[in-house]
Design a protein around this ligand. Structure first.
Ligand code: ATP
Ligand code: MG
Length: 693
């Protein structure tokens, strides 16, 4: 069993595997390490990854890309509405305001969710890894932008589930990069020394993510992050494409905006030009043949011009980089180095901005394209018993403040902040409530979250009843930001004080720390109590280590019985029956793809045999003299007819039809090859053969 790390990028995905000897990046069926995040549909099958990107211009309406931006969002989300203009394929509103992507597949209209499309891509990645590693793949760690909220994270987990992947962790992209950086560093300060602070800048296709991390020997702690989810390489491409559109309109009276195909080609050429400009500051040409109205277009640009055109993007980059200083409270002189990853950090202006903001050169210790996937593979190995790697503790952060709210009619405050922005994660907090009846709590992101919907979830705690004396019961809620960065109410328990420990098996020590794994220690926050506190929860936090000591003391004094209470959760993620039906649908589509591949392989095999045999039968070639002339002529005619058939009615036949024809043809071809072989081994054989014919 192999453990893999997946960088699920907006433009391309990378897969890395952790092996005993280190981390390796896996190549796909085109021997490329990057697999385009592209999924296409045809009348016969799905086309995934490189092949999908290659046919994009000719199958625009059925080639889906950019769907990482749609995961977990509502159709009415203004961000989604803004994105729509970038998609040549049809995106529509589902009944529940979810997103539907309408494509023509197997000759019929089909609507898929972003989770399903993502699952298709993950299926491809899983297949690439399975082929490369020759082992079944199940466990993985997948990267997510650090700004992803609960709904996006849940949507990605659902997608992985549909693809049959078991996600051990959704890992923030910049944290994965930090792990890939830290684990092999030999010169990290000892645990008690001042940490080495490193800033990571990941500027990709869709977004910019910056994080500040503190490293000591064997551990890293994310201090803070700052992100701009709407500032990436794509925005530079768009600004340049807009410029050239304007240029073509004014000089050539050609409006590429009116022709989706032309605009898509322009975008592709502009991206090439942008990459060339990263390495070259002189004037560079852009030429597109037969652009529109059967006319060729050409223009040119140089780097300084590009920097002017994209000034707004660069301002946003600078703002986001400065924000990480503010959020982490680090000054440039506290930072040891700034490590860059992501394709768009190759742009010289971005490196210059880094120098301006952090007062040091951008450093490129890491592989810019592969670092995220490598970090994920390392994390996967650490979480899985299958492979051993060096231990390295990773403490991430939860980027947004989270509030918990409840029914405030009882004179309590009714809400409190459970996690501050940049609170350590994963992490659990215990909240205590005093209740006589079932009750509900809801969680929200603070208003600062750059999403229209701040709702995280609502949890209804059932089976709460008054005590025999008619008093409130003590109910403890465990609110958790889990290993995927998802906020949940993980459990609710009724706490009953007990006099005699021997009476019940379920007796536990109060405050016994149920999950003191690393930084993931529980902390107590005394929650609302109707009887004892009129002002809502008393926000006392205890340091995890202190708490363990106290709990030791308490074991001697107070024995309690805890009863798990059932919770009805209402939060993001697919309903079970939808998930099951998507799993089933994915299975059918995979079977269809397999069938189509076998069919195409069978057709190719026949075609290849026809060409090979005919080639070898011609004058002066290997098999020419090993068949009598009459028979040869008949066979060549037969081969010509077969070729004709292959491009005609034989274009689209069942696999069996091709294999039958191939088998029949081989009964003619193989004996000729055999005679040739025998001749090579025993030259005299030809004499016998000549005499025989
Ligand atoms: P994201 O991280 O946003 O989800 P991603 O991980 O797929 O997306 P990357 O592969 O890091 O993105 O970067 C792709 C972007 O980098 C594209 O916009 C591409 O045009 C840009 N890019 C790649 N090479 C260069 C270069 N030499 N100069 C400028 N831009 C480049
Ligand atoms: Mg990326």
């Amino acid at each position: 069993m192999s453990v893999i790390g997946i960088d699920f990028g907006n433009e391309s995905c990378y897969i890395a595997v952790a092996k005993a000897g280190g981390i390796e990046t896996i190549a796909n069926d085109y021997s490329l390490r990057g697999t385009p995040s592209c999924v296409a549909f045809s009348p016969k099958n799905r086309i995934l990854g490189v092949a999908a990107k290659n046919q994009m211009v000719t199958n625009m309406k059925n080639t889906v890309f950019g769907f990482k931006r749609l995961l977990g969002r509502k159709f009415s989300d203004p961000y989604v509405q803004k994105e729509l203009k970038h998609f040549p394929f049809k995106v529509e509103q589902r009944q529940d305001d979810g997103i539907g992507i309408r494509v023509n597949y197997l000759g019929e209209d089909n609507v898929f969710t972003p989770e399903q499309i993502t699952a298709m891509l993950l299926t491809k990645l899983k297949e690439s890894a399975t082929i490369a590693l020759q082992t079944p793949i199940n466990d993985c760690v997948i990267s997510v932008p650090s700004y992803f909220t609960n709904s996006e994270r849940n949507a990605l987990l659902d997608a992985a589930n549909i693809a049959g992947l078991n996600v051990l962790r959704l890992m923030n992209e910049t944290t994965a990069t930090a792990l890939a950086y830290g684990i092999y560093k030999q010169d990290l300060p000892a645990p008690e020394e001042k940490p080495k602070n490193v800033v990571f800048v990941d500027f990709g296709h869709s977004s910019l993510q910056v994080s500040a991390c503190a490293f000591n020997k064997g551990k890293l702690r994310v201090l803070a992050t700052s992100t701009d989810a709407q500032c990436g390489g794509r925005d530079i491409d768009m600004a340049l494409a807009d410029y050239f559109c304007q240029d073509f309109i004014s000089r050539l009276k050609l409006d590429a905006r009116k022709n989706q195909r032309a605009f898509l080609r322009l975008l592709q050429e502009v991206e090439k030009l942008k990459k060339q400009m990263s390495a070259n500051s002189t004037r560079l040409p852009i030429n597109i043949e037969c652009f529109m109205e059967e006319r060729d277009v050409s223009s040119e640009m140089q780097r300084s011009q590009m920097e002017q055109i994209c000034a707004e993007t660069f301002t946003r980059i600078e703002r986001t980089m400065r924000a990480v200083l503010h959020n982490s409270k680090l000054r440039p002189e506290d930072i040891h180095s700034v490590e860059i990853v992501g394709g768009s950090t190759r742009i010289p202006a971005v490196k210059n901005l880094i120098e301006q903001v952090f007062n040091k050169h951008a450093s490129t210790t890491l592989n810019q394209d592969e670092a995220v996937s490598r970090g994920c593979a390392l994390q996967c190995a650490m979480l899985s018993p299958a492979v051993r790697v060096r231990e390295f503790s990773v403490t991430d952060v939860q980027p947004y403040a989270v509030r918990l709210a409840w029914d405030a009619t009882k004179g309590e405050d009714g809400d409190m902040e459970v996690f501050s922005a940049f609170h350590a994660a994963p992490f659990s907090k215990m909240l205590t409530f005093y209740r006589k009846e079932p009750f509900s709590v809801s969680a929200y992101y603070s208003d600062q979250v750059p999403y229209p919907d701040t709702f995280i979830g609502q949890w209804h705690i059932r089976d709460v009843q008054p005590t025999a004396e008619g008093e409130s019961q003590k109910v403890k809620l465990k609110v958790r930001v889990n290993i995927h960065g998802i906020i949940t109410v993980a459990s609710a328990s009724l706490v009953e004080k007990k006099q005699d420990a021997a009476q019940n098996d379920n007796i536990e020590m109060e405050n016994s720390n149920e999950n003191s794994q690393g930084q993931d220690a529980a902390m107590d926050t005394n929650g609302a109590s109707q009887d004892q506190q009129q002002n809502g929860p008393d926000n006392q936090e205890e340091n995890a280590d202190d708490k363990k000591d106290k709990s030791k003391d308490k074991t001697k004094k107070v024995l309690v019985k805890t009863i798990e209470l059932p919770i009805d959760a209402q939060t993001h993620g697919l309903a079970k029956h939808d998930l099951n039906s998507f799993v089933e649908q994915e299975g059918k589509m995979q079977a269809q793809d397999r069938q189509e591949k076998e069919r195409a392989d069978a057709r190719n095999a026949l075609e290849e045999y026809v060409y090979e045999l005919r080639g070898k039968l011609s004058e002066g070639e290997a098999l020419h003299d090993f068949i009598a002339e009459d028979n040869r002529n008949r066979l060549v005619n037969q081969l010509d007819a077969l070729e004709q058939w292959l491009y005609d009615e034989g274009e689209d036949q069942h696999r069996q039809v091709y294999s039958d024809k191939l088998a029949e043809l081989r009964t003619e071809g193989e004996p000729i090859k055999q005679r040739r072989l025998e001749y090579e081994l025993r030259p005299g054989a030809l004499d016998d053969f000549s005499r025989a014919i």
